[in-house]
Structure formats: C-alpha cells, structure tokens
Design a protein around this ligand. Structure first.
Ligand SMILES: [Zn+2]
Length: 305
C-alpha cells in the first residue's frame, strides 16, 4: 500500500483552525470584531501551511486541502447531497428516465466505478464510509457528476454523443470522483460562509447553527455548483491517477478532451459550463503522464469486453 500524502497538511490545518479561529473558544473579553479578525488571520495562516510541499509519493502532486472547507462539516454536506440525489433519482424514475439494473450501459459504468473506488480512500479517509452510488439517466445533455459522499450520475448524452471508450469513461468518472474526494464543493461553501461572516460584522455569534443553516441553503445548489480552474486542474490530475491505478489508460484523458472540444463547436456540453476548461488542459494532462503511466503499466487491467 502507498501512504496517504494528504494526512500531514490536513491534520496541521485542522489543528490550527481550532486553535486560532476562535469559533469554538469562549472569548468573553474580546469583541466581535477581534474574533472575526482572529478567524481571518487563522485562515490566512492555515492557507499558507496547506500550500506547503507535499510528501514524496508516487503519482500526481497536489497541495493540501483548502482550510475554507473546515468551516462547514463534511457530514452536513454529504447529507444534503444524499437528499438531493435521492430526489433526483425519484424525479428521473417518474419520467421513466432512470436506467434499470439490467441496462448494459449502467452495468458498464458500475463495473468501471467498482475498479476505481478502492483507490479513493487514499485521497480522503471519509470515503471509506461513503455509500457510493452510480446511476444513468436518459438525457441528451453531455454531463456527468459525483456529488459529495460518492453519488454519481452519468447522462446517456455524454456516452452517446462523445462515443466514450471505457478508458475515457474512467477519465470522466475519475475526474468527478476527484472533485468529491478533494471536497471542492465543501471548499466553495466554506468560502461563502467566510464571505457571509465578513459582510455581517454585527452578527458575531459565529455559532455552528448559522453555518449549518448556510449549508442547508446550499444543498439545492450542489447540482449546479461551478468549479474554478484550480479545482479543475486538481480534479484532472487526481482523476488521472485514480483511473491509472484502476487499470485505465491515462492517455484517454487527451482523447476525451479532444472530443469534448469538438462537441463544444456544435452544442456546448453542459459539462463544460460547470467545469471550466483552461486552454492548457490537454498540455497539462500530457505533462502529468510520466507520473501516472508507470501506475497504469503495473495496474491489473480490466477484463476485455
Ligand atoms: Zn471538474
């Protein structure tokens, strides 16, 4: 087994968050303003620590988790996501647009997920307790996502329009799973909470109740959450590694993006609107191949179909 590269920065950030944020500490004599300042200074410190060098390990390198994610409890977001997911499945079923267990494409997606998921806990120990789900919905949209807690959806449009090979499906799935593992949604929400606090200097309760409320409000937005370029690059790299370890050819990351760009000229894929692409995306994937090709070479390959 390989060591978890993320533990040290994550633990360090967590410790500093509790020690310096003032969120959970009684500060009777200091004013609300000072507490907010402490929180913001603490965040700055954590961010600088989290950006430190990663420990040497095989595979891709990304920085530590963002300290902003610590502002909202992971379990709240996972619960919100699970509710949204269940609702979405129910709606799709009602419209006769949810693939049943006998659907060959769904079976294909689930087989690929089963190979990738064992490598997920290396990136986030919480993933061990996730109740992973993979579903396929009938829609022309070129889209796929993995909600916090491991709830995956593919639309038939992305499989059919782009005629994805198994390797390319694994790249999309690895990328989506990487967003969930690296808790990019939680980070976005943490930033919103921090911004909200800054705008509300008088409401200095800083109670978890307030934060919980914000998370509840954001639950409905999990589906349309737009990621930033940095999160995208990170998801590309982590996704490449997950797929390579699962026995899928990382070079499919390049063909996938060529297909996605070609489709963009006709009808812009929905997927691109929530996953903004940098102009150097394909070049960045090419540059990362030397880190992941050895993993792919050694990996047990999926049975020929
Ligand atoms: Zn993405």
């Amino acid at each position: 087994m390989f060591t978890n590269p993320l533990s040290p920065p994550v633990k360090r950030a967590g410790h500093n968050c509790r020690a310096s944020s003032g969120v959970a500490m009684p500060l009777a004599s200091t004013g609300a303003r000072a507490r907010l300042l402490g929180l913001l200074l603490g965040l700055g410190l954590i961010l600088s620590l989290a950006g430190g060098p990663a420990l040497a390990r095989e595979g891709v390198e990304v920085g530590g988790n963002s300290a902003f994610s610590k502002l909202v409890p992971a379990q709240d977001i996972e619960l919100s996501a699970a509710r949204q997911y269940a609702q979405m499945l129910g709606d799709a079923r009602q419209q006769n647009a949810l693939a049943g267990p006998d659907n060959a494409q769904l079976q294909r997606l689930r087989a690929i997920a089963r190979r990738i998921i064992p490598f997920a806990t290396d990136w986030n120990p919480r993933a061990k307790g996730w109740r992973w789900e993979v579903n396929l919905m009938g829609s022309k949209q070129i889209n796929a996502f993995c909600m916090p807690g491991g709830k995956i959806v593919f639309y038939t449009g992305i499989l059919e329009s782009l005629k994805l090979t198994d390797d390319e499906v694994a790249m999309v799935m690895g990328h989506e799973i990487a967003h969930a593992l690296r808790e990019h949604a939680r980070e976005r929400m943490g930033k919103s909470v921090a911004t909200g606090l800054g705008a509300n200097l008088l409401g200095q309760a800083l109670g978890l109740g307030q934060i919980g409320q914000t998370v509840t409000n954001y639950g409905a937005q999990l589906l349309t959450l737009k990621f930033g370029r940095e999160d995208e690059s990170e998801a590309d790299l982590v996704g490449l590694e997950l797929a390579a370890r699962a026995g899928y050819d990382p070079r499919a990351g390049i063909t996938l993006w060529r297909k996605m760009s070609a489709a963009n000229k006709n009808a812009p894929p929905q997927w691109l609107s929530t996953h903004p692409a940098g102009s150097t995306r394909i070049a960045d994937i090419e540059a990362a191949l030397p880190q992941v090709m050895p993993l792919f070479a050694r990996a047990q390959k999926p049975p020929a179909r």
